[in-house]
Design a protein around this ligand. Structure first.
Ligand code: PEP
Ligand code: MG
Length: 402
């Protein structure tokens, strides 16, 4: 199938689907069906529960989930997830009302404009976090600070530009120029992750405030104190992490003073760039945990854009250049070696450093075996992969049992 992003058409052999047409995808076979087919919720039999119990009694690594919506968090919990290992906060802003404010924030011409938009985003963030903390009550939740490749959020259609211009009280031409000033040749290697926090600290301050206020509120509601784990994305320098950590600590200090509440939290980082992996001993000095972002780590190690590699990787597989797509199953020789170095170096600084994986590979059995071999503490994967991750973690524990 070919998707034409300009027209929104989906071309299949012999048929074209228009934007808005309904299709159904069989996630097991990959078959795509026209229209909506009757669905059935799978029944998890008693035998399934028994097998999972055996797996849970055997495995060493914990299994968490990647989730940011209440629905995903509930599904993952029902599948036995032991917490959230990655809450991608930028995904919480795609809803039409929020994306408009997000655009105002990004396109603001000065800090004052950015603060005004952030003040509007704060209640949404806080309410979302309260709900997540309540759903996951008693379990850890890792919240990753904003990591949007900016192009995903900028207005593209003339109508979108007109809407944002109106909301910001500027003319459309000014906004169009401002929009163009954000153009990047390589957005995935661009102004994202902690780089955004460094150029616009007020974004991190808003997020930290939302996290702490939500943790206090959810702790009161559930009676179970929430200890949020705050994760900084796309770090390659220890000084980047230190800068963001100071911002978060400042906000925590302010909130403790304002509310008189006592609360705990931890700050860690994603290891998703080769420099971070090889400098992990230094970075571990400022981090309370590491989580391997193997999507970006694979992308940056191979120098292959994860958004475009599907145009040539199938050919690589057919011609035997690679055995498996490295974005699906970890490249143990290269990316795996960087993970090994980072794990050893990180723990040489902090022997009990908590280390995890939260890239897509966290739900892939052969990658999970490798994580067990490295001695990681947990894997985090999408909700529907939680059961397979529990089983794979158990099989891996048997394989590598000392
Ligand atoms: C990663 O890079 O592996 C990761 C989990 O972050 P994201 O996919 O959001 O870049
Ligand atoms: Mg990443």
């Amino acid at each position: 199938m070919r998707f034409d992003s300009q027209s929104g058409d989906l071309h299949t052999p012999g048929r074209v689907f228009k934007a808005g047409d309904i299709i159904t995808i069989d996630g097991s076979s990959g078959q795509v069906l026209s229209g909506s087919v009757p669905m059935q919720q799978p029944e998890l039999s008693g035998s399934f529960a028994t097998l999972m119990e055996w797996a849970d009694g055997t495995r060493r690594m914990q299994v968490r989930t990647n989730a940011e919506t209440p629905a995903d968090a509930k599904t993952a919990r029902s599948f036995g997830a032991q917490g959230i290992g990655l809450c991608r906060t930028e995904h919480m802003f795609f809803d039409p009302q929020r994306i408009a404010i997000m655009r105002e924030m990004i396109l603001a011409v000065n800090e004052k404009g950015r603060r005004e938009a952030l003040d509007k985003l704060l209640p949404f963030q806080r309410a979302d976090f309260i709900e997540l903390f309540e759903i996951m009550s008693g379990q850890p939740v890792t919240i990753r600070l904003l990591d949007p490749p900016l192009h995903e959020f900028l207005p593209k259609l003339p109508q979108e530009i007109a809407e944002v211009a109106k909301a910001m009280g500027v003319d459309e031409e000014t906004l169009r120029q401002r929009n163009e000033s954000f153009y990047e040749f390589n957005p995935m290697l661009g102004h994202r992750g902690c780089r955004l926090a460094i150029s616009h600290p007020e974004i991190t301050r808003m997020q930290a405030r939302a996290i702490f206020e939500a943790a206090i509120e959810a702790g009161k509601k559930t009676g179970s104190p929430v200890v949020p784990e705050i994760m900084v994305p796309l770090v390659s320098l220890n000084s980047e992490l230190e800068f963001v950590k100071n911002l978060i600590d400042d906000v925590a200090h302010d909130i403790a003073k304002e509310t008189g509440a006592k609360f705990k939290y931890t700050i860690g980082t994603m290891i998703e760039l080769p420099r971070a992996a090889v400098m992990a001993d230094k970075i571990a000095g400022s981090a309370e945990f590491f989580s391997f972002g193997t999507n970006d780590l694979t992308q940056s190690t191979f120098g292959m854009s994860r958004d475009d590699a599907s145009s040539y990787l199938p050919e690589y597989e057919r011609k035997g250049i690679i055995k498996r797509d490295p974005f699906v199953s970890l490249d143990l020789d290269g990316v795996g070696e960087l993970m090994r170095i980072a794990t050893q170096k990180g723990r040489s600084t902090k022997p009990d450093l908590k280390i995890a994986i939260c890239g897509e590979h966290g739900g892939d059995p052969s990658s999970i075996f490798f994580c067990e071999e490295l001695g990681l503490d947990y894997v985090s994967c999408s909700p529907f992969r939680v059961p397979i991750a529990r089983l794979a973690a158990a099989q891996a524990a048997i394989r590598f049992r000392k």
